[in-house]
Design a binder for this molecule. Sequence first.
Ligand code: SF4
Length: 313
Amino acid sequence: MKCDKCGGEAVIYQRYSGMHLCGAHEIADVERKIKRRMRKERMAVPSDHIAVAMSGGKDSAAVLSILVDTFTTRSNIKFSAITVDEGIDGYRNESIPRAKELCDQLGVPHHVISFKDEIGYTLDDILKRERKEASCTYCGVFRRTLLNRKAREIGANKVATGHNLDDEAQVVLLNIMNGDIERLARLRPSRVQEGLIPRIKPLMDVPEREIALYAFLKKLPFHMGECPYTSESFRGEVKDMLNDFEARHPGTKYSVLSGYENMVDCLKEKYPQVPLERCEVCGEPGIRGVCQACKLKRRVKIDRRSGDTHSAS
Ligand code: SF4
């Protein structure tokens, strides 16, 4: 197949647009979508210090690479990268060296923090002790807290994440299927909350498979493995369902995202943003009283004590 732009050898067929694209035009198309979203939401402005949440996978590699390529020479925007090592054996230990390699290539300071050091347990340890919640719940709650705290400590005023179109469409459907409409409204906060570093998602208009192709074509170092807990998540089922719909009805993921964007203002009217308070235990921003991370941490500790007692008796 030939590229519809230049007649060169096509590397991808975008079923949703009907276009065949060669490597160079696919790279240009991905970057165009990212820059358009960044302009639309004024994601990067002079004097920003943007911390990229760097897992070492394709998405974070792509977001760091394009941010640095686009802004470093043109404005006084500073970049850092933060990797949270959840302690997932055979997965995160493989991806962290890739994250470090890319940061070194781009000259970006790289900070690594771990569940083990900050919470006292790896995610693997936690899941051996307690399974009251889904694995991704423990992981997500602790990772968000640690990422936010580290970003604040290094003076970042924004956190960029590698959420792509698939992630965004999944989270919209997931919340609808859970009946959690208030959470849908909270996906797009109306204002900055004290202590909470605002997040930007430059990749949200790019399908996951095109991010993978982009990272490959740009020869970025990234880890291709998948988290061993992915298959346990409800989100995994939503992902399969969306991929199935996309295959039969190209453009479904874009429709889910644009449908959400059309209704988000109504949702925010119905569910106005509540001011965050400081967690009574750790001081991090939270809804009220003790934050979710401290509640989970306390539970894991209690379970650990009861587990130790059982084994001793
Ligand atoms: Fe964490 Fe779940 Fe992602 Fe694995 S799939 S890294 S457990 S959020």
